[in-house]
Design a binder for this molecule. Structure first.
Ligand SMILES: [Zn+2]
Length: 607
């Protein structure tokens, strides 16, 4: 997304309906000159800055003081920004034939690839498309499961269902609730099929073969090449995933008996998460006896009475140790660190750069836990990134590709190691290696288990947008992909009377998903490269770049580029490699893989 703004809000902002009807693209013989192109870019940068700042301001107030009025103000500001961005995207092709210096040409490229949905030029169809997405999002947002179809009081919303699947251990109850949540899908199916038709029409008017191709065009390579890239990256990680899958399936088989087959796909409702995308809730079933070091950091933070502000100061010190400027005084005056007692706020952690220059903020309801300590480092990664690229034109004030922003924050979080905690005086001494497997398993259940799901969501949509999958086999193809990549299957038959993809937010909300997969892979590549620069010789999960100026310089150089160069340039500046490389994640988890394979001896693998 361009010229934007509160970093890390992708999951929380309602997707705004883009109505840009009537702005057609007139490619041929546009008669535009270089001067016209420059005027256009100036106008685009100025407008997106002005509207972006307004959206940030309204969004910040809404997030830290939820009322119907602040929600309305924020929605208006967001719509104004998105409409302007859509208009600029749609006008950009008029300048395709104009000869321009590289920096300006790239601004047009970024603008043209900024849309996730293109409205058809026909105003009636554009209005219908907007209405369809709004209604599907509404259906998801209002989605509930009412046991026995009872009155409202007996209904579970998505948060309650999430909680239930995380904690409950009765297979029958889990299946009931899992099926219950998936009942929100079928009413969306017809709308989704029509949405695909119309959004494809809009994408074709812009010169893309379909909406999926439009999404894949953001990555500085042909759309087909990008799909192949993802498959290549996955092939680097599949053996590691298989080891985890084999181990978890065996533990679940021990726990649940034949409900979990010894050698087939795992039933989707037993993995602790609605979409089986994060297995960390299974730690009590699959974890080894010793707990690892995280609990002791939580204890230390409490014992030492480290306040939320002080926890944030530790995070800041991580970055200044790398050579970044300290956070501005306004950061400390304007951020929200503690849940207020007198009003509703969005507690989900996020990082902001309100004026898109240096008005950095941070919003999080901090608890004294190891988890929140790590999250602080992650969120500050977003803030330092957005300040680093503030010297770029507004159109380039974004990460190198959409996987980078999250990956930078997570890279920093990977450096929150026991050794780092010792250096900053939060632990007296680092625990020995005996707790490492527990620590690695804990993060693998989250990050490694996620990978195949991170591929499935868009693999399915790309086939749907291209017409390879039609409404007659939406559900079958969804489950084929889930089984192929995740090794997961539904517990009961899921025919075409269901629409299970609709039970995942990003599908009705039309939010691309490949970025989450990219981010998961890139963060380990970044971590490995920076650790090497910092001269770390221990296993990767014990490496921290804290205090290393050389690693800091590499990081800073990359962050300052923003989106001004194709992402392989940014990747090269950071890692010396021009290709994404998932072998770093495999390296990081190599000790875990060895342990898993030992546990798995004699067990069947695969499905
Ligand atoms: Zn983030």
């Amino acid at each position: 997304m361009i010229g934007r703004m509160p970093v890390h809000r992708l999951l929380t902002i309602p997707f705004v309906i883009l109505l840009a009807a009537g702005i057609g693209c007139s490619r041929a013989g546009s008669g535009k000159t270089e001067a016209d192109a420059k005027t256009f870019l100036t106008q685009a940068n100025d407008t997106l800055l002005r509207l972006g700042v307004e959206w940030n301001q309204a969004g910040w107030v809404q997030n830290t003081y939820i009322t119907p009025d602040t929600e309305a103000m924020s929605a208006r500001a967001s719509e104004a920004f998105m409409t302007a961005a859509t208009n600029f995207s749609k006008q950009a092709p008029q300048y395709d034939a104009v000869g321009l210096p590289e920096a300006e040409r790239r601004q047009f490229t970024v603008l043209k690839n900024a849309l996730t949905m293109a409205a058809p030029a026909d105003p009636k169809e554009a209005a219908e498309l907007a209405q369809l997405v709004a209604s599907m999002e509404g259906m998801y947002g209002r989605g509930k499961y009412c046991q026995d179809g009872e009155s409202d009081e007996a209904c579970l919303d998505v948060e309650e269902i999430t909680e239930f699947l995380a904690k409950d251990r009765d297979p029958a109850g889990l299946l009931d609730v899992w099926e219950g949540w998936h009942s929100i899908g079928p009413p969306m199916k017809k709308s989704y099929a029509r949405f695909v038709e119309l959004s494809n029409k809009g994408a074709r008017e812009l010169g893309f073969s379909d909406t999926g191709a439009m999404w894949r065009s953001k990555y500085d390579m042909p759309p087909e090449a990008f799909s192949k890239e993802l498959d290549r990256l996955w092939s680097q990680l599949q053996p590691l995933y298989l080891s985890l899958h084999t181990y978890v399936r065996a533990k679940l088989h021990e726990r649940y008996g034949d409900v979990v087959p010894a050698n087939g796909p795992i039933p989707a409702h037993l993995l602790g998460n609605i979409w089986a995308q994060d297995w960390s809730n299974l730690y009590d079933i699959v974890g080894p006896a010793q707990g690892g070091a995280r609990t002791s950091l939580t204890d230390e933070l409490r014992r030492r009475k480290v306040s939320p502000t002080d926890m944030a100061k530790y995070g800041e010190r991580f970055f200044t140790s790398l050579g970044f400027e300290p956070l501005p005084p306004t950061f400390w005056e304007r951020s929200l660190f503690v849940k207020p007692r007198d009003r509703e706020v969005v507690c989900h952690a996020s990082a902001w750069n309100i004026n898109m220059v240096d008005d950095l903020r941070f919003k999080m309801c901090i608890d004294q836990t190891a988890e929140d300590f790590t999250t602080i480092h992650h969120e500050l990664g977003h803030d330092f990134y957005s300040r680093a690229y503030a010297g770029q034109p507004v159109i380039f004030r974004d990460s190198a590709n959409d996987g980078f922003h999250e990956a930078i924050g997570d890279t920093i979080a990977l450096s929150v190691t026991p050794e780092y905690l010792v250096k900053v005086g939060l632990l007296d001494r680092a625990p020995d290696a005996s707790g490492d497997i527990a620590l690695l398993l804990r993060t693998a259940l989250e990050r490694l288990a996620f990978l195949p799901f991170g591929l499935v969501v868009d693999a399915w949509r790309w086939q749907v947008f291209s017409g390879e999958v039609t409404p007659e086999n939406y559900n079958r193809s969804w489950w084929e992909l889930r089984e192929k990549y995740q090794g997961v299957r539904p517990a009961s038959a899921r025919g075409e009377e269901f629409f299970d993809p609709g039970a995942k937010y990003h599908i009705p909300a039309n939010t691309p998903y490949a970025r989450y997969f990219l981010s998961a892979v890139l963060q380990f590549q970044f971590h490995r490269a920076l650790s090497k620069t910092a001269g770390c010789t221990t296993p990767l999960h014990r490496c921290s770049i804290y205090g290393n100026a050389e690693a800091g310089t590499r990081l800073k150089t990359t962050l300052e580029m923003g989106a001004s160069k194709p992402w392989p340039d940014a990747l090269e500046a950071l890692t010396g490699q021009r290709e994404m490389d998932a072998s770093a994640m495999a390296d990081y988890y190599a000790p875990l893989k060895a342990w898993l394979d030992e546990q798995n001896q004699g067990r069947p693998a695969g499905w």
